[in-house]
Every structure is written in structure tokens, then in C-alpha cells.
Design a protein around this ligand. Sequence first.
Ligand code: TRP
Length: 448
Amino acid sequence: MGVSRGGFSSRFGFIMAAAGSAVGLGNIWGFPTQTASNGGAAFVLVYLVLAFSLAYPAFMAELLIGRYGQANAVSSMQKIARNTWQKRFGFVVGFGGIICAALILSFYSIIAGWMMSYAIEPLARLGGFTGAADWLINHSLIRNILFTALFMGLTIFIIRRGVEEGIEKWSKRLMPMLIGLLILLIIYVFTLDGAREGFNAYLNPDISRVFEPDLLISALGQAFFSLSLGTSVMIIYGSYIAKKENLVTLGAQVTLIDVSIAFLAGLLIIPAMYVAQAQGVAIFAEDGSLISGSNLVFTVLPALFTGMGDVGLFVAFGFFVLMSIAALTSSISMLEGPVSYVVERHDTPREKATTFIGLGILVLSILIVINLEWMLDFVATLSTQYGQPIIAMLCCVFAGWIWHRSDILSEIKQGNEHVEHSLFWKIWPWYTKFVCPTAIGLVFWHSL
Ligand code: TRP
């Protein structure tokens, strides 16, 4: 299987791909939105702490399981298991993650489709096609279906090409573009009236809010969503990393990039909201909280762009292209989970498996589009608020309780000879065994 599976050809390639999976709508939309609705800087602070103290160890567990197994999520987990009971457990966790990834993709592609239609709209307007431009930003069944299908088509196109020619190549192209666009937009917004007030709201924490349970829960959920945990994706990406690489630093680098991009996105969106306010756009909802969620991205920001005149068309284009890129580098990883499973376990050619699974998920997406009012929320809640935390927790249990410590050590030592004496190895094993499952469980329990 070795040669035909493929793998990342370079460290940089892996970092861009894993960061590409992690950096998505969750960073550029979810994080600023949550920050806005959870008291600004206090949320940022809690998020940073939780991302490194809880999400990073869980992320390491998934990467390690994958690199050890050198196979899809189910086979990797089962390779660690030593008896029938453990193998069943491994199947449930691995397969559960794959289903979870597919469910997330089914609704993610709808939202990503909106991002794409909003990105094309300014072009249509520049070209003088006002009717088409209006159609692009008005919710209609046909537009939703078309753009969801278009986005899924792009995802399928990349995954059909495999790890090196598809995932790695496109992540290496798209991620630097994303970072460049993000920085350009921040600099531009910084020069506008009202931005300073936004910076203050973003960067001065109200310490009294830091220990609010709801804030903690939202921050932890956001951190797990953002690192794509509990969806088999990091297991499969881990399986494509060469044995000579140092997983401890690679994992830390990806976490750092993910957190930094969320932070940068906040630096763009929150000040942009205050700029919009300075231009007369309402940014506070009736109950006094900042407008968040889809209204923020599809109402407040477009109103801001319109207020900028002609420049606004370019800014809007840049912003929604940024969103679309972020979504695409995430969606390819979601599709890779199920595809790698079918390719390896059912001996199916990659192209065929990709097209079939992609189209299958598209059918589910269309079903959601047709029943948008209830189904979008339902699938999103099911997969991200229940599926992800439960499966991520079970992965920690698996790594902490079933996998032998000495086996973990010999895996992690490859590419990191002296890890035995490092701080990481002093903390991580018991941390993953006790702290991570308990903390995730508690938060999950509370959120019910
Ligand atoms: N991390 C992605 C984001 O921030 C979203 C995500 C959640 C994801 N679970 C995933 C991406 C699984 C890929 C695979 O938007």
C-alpha cells in the first residue's frame, strides 16, 4: 500500500495542509462572531489559553494515532487495539469521525457556496450586470443549489488528485494567498474612521467575564471546531507525515498558525464593525449585544463595503475570496476522511471513490438547502456540538488508556530522539489520560 497511499512531500506541505484544514470559516467567521457576542477581549484570552492547554494535546493524540497507523482513521485505531473489544471501540471512534466529517461537509459547503456567490457579486457589478449581481446576493433555492454544487465540485476536483498533487499542492498555493489577503484587509480597515474603537473593544479584556461558564464552553467548542478535532481528519493527515518529522513541533506550529489566524481575523472583523457603525450601519442588536452570526457576514459587512463606494467593490471581492479560500482548504480535508477510508478498506480507485462520496454528500447538502430553516441548524449542532467533542474525547481515551505508553514513546521518538526528557513527555501522557477527557466531558455535560 505504501507507495500508492502517497504522503506529504515536505514539512512545509504538511503544515500548510493541516493549517489549511484548521483555518476555515471557523476562524474568519466563527471566532470573531463568538468574540463579538461573548464580551470581546475576555473571550480572546480564554480561547488562547484553552487552545493551547486542551485542544493542542488532543490534536497531538490524533496526529500520533495517524502517524503510527499509516492508514485511514479506522485502520489506524484498530492497529493500536489489542483485543476484539478494543478493535470495536476503535472502529466506532474512527468511523464516527468519518461520518462527522461528512456531516460537517454537507452544511459547510452550503455556507461556502454563499461566500463564493458574494465574491462574484462585486465582479458582476463592476461589469455592469446589475441584475445578475442582485441575484447573486439574494437567497434563492436555485442559487443555493448551484453554488453548493460548484463548491463541492472544486473540493472533489482537488481530492481526486490525491495527497501530494491535490491537497498539498493546493494548500501551498491557497494558504499564503489567504494570509496575504487577510493582512492587506486589516491594514486597509485600520486606516478608516472608527477602527480604533473596535481595537479597544477587541483588545481590552473585561477580566470579570473570564470565568463565566458559558464563555468557557463557547471558547472550548470553538477551539475544537477550529482544530478540526474529532473528525478523523487529523488522524488521516498524521498518517501522511514522514517518520523523520518531529510531531511535537509540527503540531505546535499548526496550532500556532490556527490561533494566530483566528486572532488576525478578529483584528479585521471587530474594527470593521465599528467602522460600519461610524458610517451609520447598526452593529448592535436590540438587546444591546453586537450583531453576530450570518447577519454580521451577510448584512453588516456588505453594508460597510457598499458605504465605501467603488473601493468597496474590491474590498468585498477580497474579503469573500478570502472566505472562500479558507473554506476550500478545510473542505478538502473533510472529504479526505471518508475517501481514504473507502479507498483503503474497500480497495476502490481514488477518483471513483472521491466522485461517489462527494456526490453523495452533495445530495445531503441539497436536502439541507431545501429544508434550510431547520435542517442546517440541526446538522450543524449534531456534528459540531455533539459529534466533535464526544469523538475527540474518545480519541484521548484511546490514546491515554488503550495505547501502551512505551509504544507511544517509540512512535513519538521517531523524528524527536530526545523527547523522553522533554517537558512535553513529562506532561502530555497523563494530561491526555486524565485532564483532557475530564475537561471535555465536563464542558460537554454543561452544554447540555
Ligand atoms: N477547522 C475548520 C474551521 O475552522 C472547520 C472544521 C471543523 C473542519 N471540523 C472539521 C475542517 C473537520 C475540516 C475537517 O472552519
